[in-house]
Design a protein around this ligand. Structure first.
Ligand code: HEC
Ligand code: HEC
Length: 376
């Protein structure tokens, strides 16, 4: 028997004895590597999805919320989006991630703040100036002018300056904002060179990011409803108001404001602190279109809570109640351009002021078309 006691044990014997351990370690290394790669991959996906979400229209927008506002718990009566029907490609506003850095971003944020909480800065007890009636732009331009069919600003920067029949001239964004201050907020607009006006313009410009010049994206502004084949009925509207609106807007349409607050929790619908009779909402078609897709608060175009007829009848009731008057004798220099539902004479047609106010509108629209086939 041959022995080699003096020879050191061959190296490879050593390592061959250790081989399973090394293999195991190599395996474990590879496994840990794989797991690490998987975790990193997963994290990337999660972050991407998170970022994607911030550009989608948010369910509740933190910076727009003022005093605790209740939403109606009424069940939607109709659904405008039956299941299985593809959703049209609606506008969606840019997200905060798309705000520019530095002074430009700050200015846009200030503009948004002014739209959302106007009264805090410019209302009767405003911290900057006292110009307006205590309402916020956002009361009518919901979610600071970003809600689909909630009177949003999607098409402002793409379509202004533009010719408007009401003034008979070319209107800039500044002029249009001033109009809402003078009519909807029944006051005065800030100077065109003020920090406030510039910030609101900057905000609307930013909201129009990516909207091609001249384009009106789907879901922009307000949706107009089909005409009823009868006159809108203020008596029916009064009953509906008591049942569906009064809990928030008050028995006298006066709204609800917590003592000491600059802003309304629920804005007024008529009376001395509401929009005046020169405002857009004073026309029944605008009021009905706004309310149908947005009221009671919590309703949306996807889950409206009113029928078209209810929205028209509510418009007839609310716009029959007293409110501030605006001298409009210089509006509509071309009287044949007055919209069918403009409620003040004179008119280019023979229909009464009452029919222009409440309808039925189709005969007026038909007569208008016959008189000028080019008119829209
Ligand atoms: C009482 C409701 C109400 C309030 C408050 C209000 N607006 Fe308006 N605003 C309207 C209506 C109605 C329209 C016209 C919508 C239509 O006919 O499509 C309008 C239109 C506009 C437009 C033009 C939109 C477009 O696409 O042509 C701008 C800009 C605007 N408002 C800015 C403001 C600003 C800024 C404030 C606050 C200082 C404000 N509005 C407050 C009701 C209101
Ligand atoms: C659950 C409370 C609630 C109910 C019910 C409700 N609203 Fe409103 N309404 C609001 C709030 C809150 C606002 C302002 C939204 C904002 O500033 O974001 C508003 C705003 C409005 C505005 C525009 C601002 C103004 O004051 O002119 C109109 C018009 C309006 N509501 C009509 C109605 C009508 C009509 C009904 C009944 C069908 C109704 N609302 C039911 C809470 C309510």
């Amino acid at each position: 028997m041959e022995t080699q006691p003096d020879l050191p044990a061959p190296r490879q014997t050593d390592s061959s004895a250790d081989a399973p351990v090394w293999q195991l370690i190599t395996w474990l290394n590879a496994l840990i590597g794989l797991i690490a790669v998987a975790i990193v991959g997963l994290l990337i996906v999660v972050v991407m999805v998170g970022l994607g979400d911030t550009t989608a229209p948010a369910q509740s927008v933190a910076w727009t919320t003022g005093p605790a506002v209740q939403t109606a718990s009424v069940t939607p009566v109709v659904s405008s989006q039956p299941d299985g029907q593809p959703k049209p490609n609606y506008w969606h506003p840019p997200g905060d991630a798309q705000l520019p850095a530095g002074a430009a971003g700050k200015e846009i944020r200030y503009g948004r703040e002014l739209v959302a909480h106007t009264a805090k800065y410019l209302g009767p007890n405003g911290s900057v100036l006292h110009l307006s009636n205590g309402m916020n732009c956002q009361n009518c331009h919901l979610d600071a002018g970003t809600k689909i069919m909630g009177n949003n600003y999607a098409a402002v920067f793409s379509t202004y300056p533009k010719f408007r029949e009401r003034s008979g001239g070319i209107e800039t964004v500044v002029k249009r904002i001033t109009d809402c201050f003078e009519r909807s907020l029944s006051g005065k607009g800030p100077d065109s060179s003020s920090r406030e006006m510039k910030a609101m313009v900057a905000y609307m410009k930013w909201l129009g990011t990516g909207v091609p010049k001249g384009d009106k994206p789907k879901g922009a502004g307000l949706a107009k409803l089909d005409f009823l084949d009868r006159a809108a009925d203020p008596t029916k509207g009064k009953l509906l108001y008591a049942a569906k609106c009064q809990s928030c807007h008050g028995a006298k349409g006066e709204g609800i404001k917590v003592a000491g607050d600059a802003q309304y929790t629920y804005p007024p619908l008529w009376g001395p602190h509401s929009y005046n009779d020169g405002a857009g909402l004073f026309r029944l078609s605008s009021f009905a279109g706004y309310v149908k897709n947005n009221m009671p608060f919590g309703a949306s175009y996807e889950s409206p809570m009113l029928t078209d007829a209810e929205a028209w009848d509510l418009a007839a009731f609310v716009n029959s109640m007293p409110r501030p008057h605006k001298d409009q004798h210089r509006d509509w220099p071309k009287i044949e351009a007055k919209p069918v539902d403009f409620p003040f004479a004179p008119y280019a047609d023979a229909f009464s002021e009452k029919q222009h106010k409440f309808g039925p509108y189709q005969p007026i629209a038909d007569a208008k078309k016959a008189a000028d086939p080019q008119a829209k």
